[in-house]
Design a protein around this ligand. Sequence first.
Ligand code: ATP
Ligand code: MG
Length: 356
Amino acid sequence: MIGIILPSAFFSGKRPCLFADFNHYKDLAEQYGTDICFFSLQELKKDSPLVEALVYSPIHKQTEKKTIALPQINLVRNTSYIRDRQIVGKIKILQNKNFYFLNLPLIEQANKLKNCEFLQQFSDVKEHVPATKQLSFAHLNELINLYQKVIIKPLFGSKGRNITTIEKEANKYRIMQTSPGNKHRNAKISAPPKVVSILDTQLKSFYDNNFPRPTSFLVQQWIWLKNDQGLPFDLRAIVQRNGHNKWQLTSRVARVAGEKDRITNISQGGKMVSLSELKLKKKDRAKIRALSLKLAQCFAIIYPWSAEMGFDLALDRQGKLWYLETNFCPEKVRPETIYKIPFAYAYFLLVKQAEK
Ligand SMILES: Nc1ncnc2c1ncn2[C@@H]1O[C@H](COP(=O)(O)OP(=O)(O)OP(=O)(O)O)[C@@H](O)[C@H]1O
Ligand SMILES: [Mg+2]
């Protein structure tokens, strides 16, 4: 039996679109000839190996609500990081008892600084990671002096919110800040960034006013992104473990910034573009593939249950490929990548367990 963990909204009927998920998994259960059961993370109990679930048997073609033993292999259909400490605590206890929760994106994995630092130990990867440090006034100065331009990001930021770029010019700094996005958290497009210039003597007061809690930010070398008709772009590559337990590159897209000088997030006015539209060279595509697969192998060491990762990568103007960040719940659009490949990997693990 494979457990499928769905958002609790599925069970309360609040999100009818999630019923499509149910049918996709039912088809896969039939194809593989395995029972499946559905439940939400809220149903898990730390001190009991039992769970109340909706069980589907492809032989009887029936769905039944019952209390069953928690399956050993569970696949999480999740689209956002799990922040609830109680749930995280329960899951850790169960993981220690050898229950698998595939594609479970814990919030601690989203720490951009920790992930950049982790990559430093891999000699063939570290040259692709921009210089990155925890934010402090000393580190800010150090990196600005080395690279002329830096980016300051929240360790747990998303959607390009609350990002500051600082560029050194003759005797001033040009600063751009995206909105923190608290007011319109669900708005698709954030307000345009604020742009200011300050004298170099004003940098300390700017820093003190804007970063009262610097330990929740990182400062990073700015990468001068390659342009498409003057507009900078970066890349999102998704890799997933497949039914043969092999990492596979399953999606690659580019995001072109809405204006020159801007970051590329869609929520900051960027536009999704296919690699063929960009006319990216074969050589560059091969580099993207090779680095993405290597990155997945590295992160699998510390996040062994994460069978999918989305990497933000960027080519600079010299054609060098850089790592920007990892997303452990990357947005996917094709049924193949949303359901089929993760299920095939879960089935691979189920068979392996049965052989033990
Ligand atoms: N070192 C860098 N040099 C140049 N541009 C960068 C750099 N780091 C980030 N950017 C730009 O800023 C954007 C946002 O940065 P990043 O992807 O790290 O955070 P995020 O998009 O807010 O997080 P998430 O992708 O999880 O929503 C990138 O897509 C890229 O356009
Ligand atoms: Mg990003």
